[in-house]
Structure formats: structure tokens, C-alpha cells
Design a protein around this ligand. Structure first.
Ligand code: PSU
Ligand code: MN
Length: 315
């Protein structure tokens, strides 16, 4: 284990005992949702993981220390803090070396999970190719991370604020399996359906776990993206959101919002324009992803135990 990595007792015990663990990101808390619902949600997501048989490990950098698992107090402080850095792959080691406090994106959370030996991670939506990327070149580091780091990420697809066709094309180029759960089309975060046929479909946590184990056994780098549709009762239909997204995007352009500030700006604006409905939907889908991630983590360990038992059986 590398030096500055701190685990809660709960996470350390689970990893040592070979219990299922699910990593959770913190940018969604600091940059994705407003106080106090960000803190309430972070705790509910952890409970959801626990009630489905796994241990949650929320990841963040606190004064330079990479924490894998946060106490309630640490989480409450982070959720209320002002000016917390948003750390992706490029920023993570710099923050750790300089004593910075920052929240981890999907990319940085995957890196931390791998260091800690955690194979499954639940979030809301991944970053992707932004609209207008042909001009701005704004492509999230999350995509490259999925091609390099062997963690299965459960998300509700990517947000419609992005250029979804380009996002899926790029993942295909990178050789990242994009797996829709229980349907033939990819979900679009706040909406269950999109126009994009999913490249892969698996309907059971055990199959997703088997694919994860097979990828590892073949020595292929990189993870899997599991695209889990938002529960029906909580979705906002794509037609209804489209004009709101257009408005938020044109305001972002007028205000000259760039780089890391783009995603948080758009989320906050869409929250206002939907009178909070986008946040209710966001919370419902994260809980749904936490549940599936806990099941996948359990199934991965079950498969590994079976393999070990077979190897131990004399011929
Ligand atoms: N999707 C959400 N909420 C978020 C994010 C994505 O629904 O808060 C965050 C994630 O942490 C993701 C990051 O990794 O935004 C992507 O940021 P960027 O586009 O700057 O790479
Ligand atoms: Mn970006």
C-alpha cells in the first residue's frame, strides 16, 4: 500500500476479511449537489450499499491524505466546505503532495479504489465528451481512466448535457465495455431511454461480475462501464429535459464557463430550471446504482471463491 492512504476501520476490516466493498466518489457531494441534500444523499447511498451486503468506501483527499472511507463527521465537513478542489487524475498526486483538500471525480476515485484493492464503484453519471468538443477539445479524463484502470463503474449512463454519441464512440475506441442493464438502449441519466443502442446488454449482477473477472484473468487493463437505467418512477423524460439543457448550455457559453467549471455549472442551472426535480432524479439513480454495485461486488467475490475452491480440489 502506498504511504498516505487512510482507511476507516470498517473498510480495512472488510478488505482484510475479503468482504465486498463499493467505492463512492465525492465530487458528486461537493460539486454535484447542494447542501444539505448532498450530505443526506451521501449517507443514504452508504446505507444502501450496506443493506445490500457490501461496505461503502467514500473517497476524498483531506489535507493531503487520500481517505478510502469517510466518517460521518468528515463527510459532513466536506459537504459544507467552501472552495474544495475538484481532483481528477492529473490533480490527485499534486493535492496529496501539497496537503490540499479535494473531492475525487470518477477518474480519481477509480485510481484510489484500485490502490485500495476495491473493484466496484458506484456513481451517478460519468464525465464524457462535451458538446462542442470539436472546438473546445473538452473531453473528460474519466473516459481514459476507464480504459486504463480495472474497476467496474456503475452509472446511469452519461448526462444529456454531453455529446452522447461522441462519448460512446470514444469508449468503443478505448475498448471499454459499455453494458446496459435490462434493456437494449443506453440510458441517459435522468431518462431511462436514449436513441443509442447499447453495444452490450447484461441483465444480472452475476453476469457483470463474471465479465469483470474474465477481463482481469485475460490481463486486459481497464474497467467496465455499467449503464443502469434510473427507476421508472423517478425519471424525467428526455423530451422534457431537452429545452432545459439547451438553455443551460447557451447560458454557460454566454457566461464563458470553461474546463472544470462546466459540469457543476450546468448541473446547478438544470436544478434551478427543473425546480429541483433534476436533483430528486439524481438521488434516486445514485441509490439504484449503489444497490447494483453492492450486488456485483458480492458476485465477484463469490466467483473468486469458486475458482480458488476448484484450484484446491485435487485432480
Ligand atoms: N456526473 C454527475 N455529477 C457529478 C459528476 C458527473 O451526475 O458531479 C462529476 C463526476 O465526479 C465526474 C466529473 O467524474 O463530474 C466529470 O467532470 P469533468 O467533465 O470536468 O471531467
Ligand atoms: Mn472537462
Amino acid at each position: 500500500m502506498i504511504g498516505p492512504l487512510a482507511q476507516t476501520d470498517e473498510v480495512r476490516a472488510a478488505l482484510e476479511d475479503g468482504q465486498p466493498v463499493v467505492a463512492l466518489e465525492s465530487t458528486i457531494i461537493t460539486h454535484g449537489m447542494p447542501w444539505p441534500r448532498n450530505f443526506e444523499t451521501a449517507r443514504r447511498v452508504e446505507e444502501e450499499v450496506r443493506s445490500h451486503g457490501a461496505v461503502p468506501a467514500t473517497i476524498a483527499v483531506l489535507e493531503g491524505v487520500l481517505h478510502v472511507g469517510l466518517t460521518d463527521r468528515q463527510m459532513a465537513n466536506l459537504a459544507q466546505a467552501e472552495g474544495v478542489a475538484k481532483l481528477s487524475r492529473a490533480d490527485l498526486p499534486v493535492a496529496m503532495a501539497t496537503g490540499t483538500t479535494g473531492a475525487t471525480t470518477v477518474a480519481a476515485t477509480m485510481i484510489a479504489a484500485r490502490l485500495a484493492g476495491i473493484e466496484v464503484f458506484a456513481t451517478g453519471g460519468i464525465g464524457g465528451v462535451h458538446r462542442g468538443a470539436e472546438r473546445t477539445f473538452d473531453v473528460s479524463a474519466d473516459l481514459r481512466e476507464l480504459s486504463e484502470t480495472a474497476v467496474t463503474v456503475v452509472a446511469a449512463g452519461a448526462k444529456a448535457i454531453l455529446d452522447l454519441p461522441k462519448t460512446w464512440e470514444m469508449l468503443e475506441t478505448f475498448g471499454v465495455p459499455v453494458i446496459a442493464v435490462g434493456q437494449d438502449v443506453l440510458p441517459a441519466f435522468w431518462s431511462r431511454a436514449s436513441e443509442h443502442t447499447a453495444p452490450l446488454r447484461l441483465d444480472h449482477a452475476s453476469d457483470i461480475a463474471a465479465a469483470h473477472v474474465m477481463r482481469g484473468a485475460m490481463g486486459l487493463p481497464g474497467g467496465q462501464l455499467v449503464a443502469n437505467p434510473i427507476p421508472e418512477a423517478s425519471e424525467i423524460p428526455a423530451e422534457e429535459l431537452a429545452p432545459i439543457i439547451e438553455q443551460a448550455l447557451s447560458e454557460a457559453a454566454e457566461d464563458g464557463i470553461l474546463a472544470k467549471a462546466v459540469t457543476p455549472y450546468l448541473l446547478a442551472r438544470i436544478f434551478e430550471l427543473t425546480k429541483g426535480r433534476s436533483l430528486d432524479a439524481n438521488i434516486a439513480l445514485v441509490l439504484n446504482n449503489a444497490r447494483l454495485a453492492a450486488e456485483i461486488a458480492g458476485e465477484i467475490l463469490a466467483i473468486r471463491k469458486e475458482i480458488t475452491a476448484e484450484q484446491d480440489t485435487p485432480l
